[in-house]
Design a binder for this molecule. Structure first.
Ligand code: UD1
Ligand code: CA
Length: 452
């Protein structure tokens, strides 16, 4: 089977410089969702019909299994499919999809393909309470489809039909080629309508099958930001339902967003307003507090992320406690039982088992051993304005509050740094290292007095 995806429409109502089919739904372009469904059917070839100025679409989504066909000017859906014909082989069947109908499901498509068999024309249709705007499916007294009439060409009587054309169909390719060569544009919009092939199929005695989708949302198109947001919620609700069916506790499934892939172990609990991006894996018993953003993160069993934390490109072992207000940046690897507290930022650093940085610290480009305590306000000065350097902290070291470790520098095992130390040379193991002006007190000193 071969697939043609119509994606040449400009999408003026999005009022955006970004082409419509690149607008994101769950963090991925609309067209990427359609491509995923097409690929799930193991299509032999996928032709994407794109419009003038659509180069950005091609640049963004190009792949070896795609054929890009420009349609310029855009003379209608029939004309759009015609542009792809040179790339289709007569022996097979063609599935037509829309680039702006993102939730179409692979299982609905599989049923449509099956209904088409080798030689039928199969249409995906739905019954709508509010059918205005859509092409209507007209049937004869026996219930056989005879034609599709577009809203703008329909009589008052025809407009009362509630069964509509979703636009998605499967046709034998040789027939499709023949029919498209014969359609005209003598209609209300002066366009070449793909829907006109239905009348030609009836004339040729080709059987027409209709299939309806599992959910109406699968067939909804996106023409505006309002419709985009509505489909986003539909999509998120389906992910939430799937996770809850697998035993995940979502405190409120309506305040939960996955923009990538979220994989959860048993007894995971996610509080409200969390966003998951890229690939996120949460081990058994992980708890994620409210208002967290996690992107490309792996969290071991029993770890907790407290509210308002932002974790990106980090790996965490078991039984860690992170946040509230923690920031883990790419290259962060926490061992087991590590504590990262409020307003602590960690980047490109390894923190080994049982170590803690509980308050207001920056740890960048560091290798921190086990059972290390990093005090409040500690900073690794990893950047000299040109180059980055590493800091090494040995097991059982104690870094006093407000210390600055000017990298490259090493703190030996069991070393203690006094509070406020600016460390510019290595601190030997098991010793106290302090760099600090001596404290003095002045007896008899008086505060200045206000002059008149
Ligand atoms: C089309 C159908 C209508 C159906 C409706 C479902 C026709 C004639 N009508 O109407 O029966 O109920 O979809 O939404 O087919 N496109 C191109 N090139 C073109 C024109 C359109 O690539 O020259 C693409 C658009 O980007 C879009 C899709 O085809 O993805 C449908 O186009 P649109 O203009 O929305 O079709 P409708 O007039 O709504
Ligand atoms: Ca439309």
């Amino acid at each position: 089977m071969e697939v043609v995806i119509l994606a040449a429409g400009q999408g003026k109502r999005m009022r955006s410089v970004l082409p419509k089919v690149l607008q994101p739904l769950a963090g991925r372009p609309l067209l990427a969702h359609v491509l995923a469904s097409a690929r799930a059917l193991a299509a032999r070839r996928i032709c994407v019909v794109y419009g003038h100025g659509g180069e950005a679409v091609r640049t963004r989504l190009d792949a070896p299994d795609l054929v890009w066909v420009e349609q310029n000017p855009q003379l209608g859906t029939g004309h759009a499919v015609q542009q792809a014909l040179p790339h289709l082989s007569d022996a097979g069947r063609t599935l037509v999809l829309y680039g702006d109908v993102p939730l179409i499901g692979a299982s609905t498509l599989a049923r449509l393909v099956e209904a088409a068999g080798r030689d039928r024309l199969a249409l995906l249709t739905v019954e709508l309470d509010e059918p205005s705007g859509y092409g209507r499916i007209l049937r004869d007294a026996e219930g056989r489809v005879v034609r599709i009439v577009e809203e703008k060409d329909a009589t008052g009587q025809e407009r009362r039909v509630r069964e509509v054309n979703t636009g998605i169909l499967v046709a034998p390719t040789a027939r499709l080629r023949d029919w498209l060569a014969r359609i005209g544009n003598d209609n209300a919009q002066g366009e070449y309508y793909l829907t006109d092939i239905v009348g030609l199929a009836v004339e040729a005695g080709v059987e027409i099958a209709t299939v309806s989708p599992e959910t109406v949302a699968e067939t909804l198109g996106v023409n505006s930001k309002t419709q985009l947001a509505a489909l986003e919620r539909v999509y998120q609700a389906s992910i939430a339902r799937r996770l809850m069916d697998d035993g995940v506790t979502l405190i409120d499934p309506a305040r939960f967003d996955v923009r990538g892939e979220l994989v959860c172990g048993r007894d995971v609990e996610i509080d409200v307003n969390c966003v998951f991006e890229g690939r996120v894996e949460l081990g058994d018993g992980v708890v994620v507090g409210a208002h967290c953003v996690l992107c490309d993160v792996r969290i071991g069993a029993g770890s907790r992320v407290a509210p308002f934390s932002h974790l990106n490109g980090a790996v965490m072992g078991e039984a860690c406690v992170v946040g509230p207000y923690a920031r883990l940046r790419p290259g962060t690897a926490l061992g087991n039982g590590v504590h990262v507290g409020n307003f602590v930022e960690i980047k490109n650093s390894r923190i080994s088992d049982q170590s803690k940085a509980n308050h207001l610290a920056y740890v960048g480009d560091a290798d921190v051993g086990t059972r290390v305590n990093i005090g409040a306000g500690v900073i690794t000065c990893n950047y000299d304005g040109v180059n980055k350097y590493r800091t090494e902290i040995g097991d059982d070291a104690f870094i006093g509050s407000d210390a600055q470790l000017v990298a490259p520098v090493r703190v030996g095992r069991g070393a203690t740094l006094g509070a406020g130390t600016t460390l510019t040379r290595d601190a030997p193991p098991d010793q106290l290292t302090v760099s600090r002006a001596r404290q003095q007190s002045y007896a008899g000193w008086k505060r200045p007095e206000k002059k008149n």
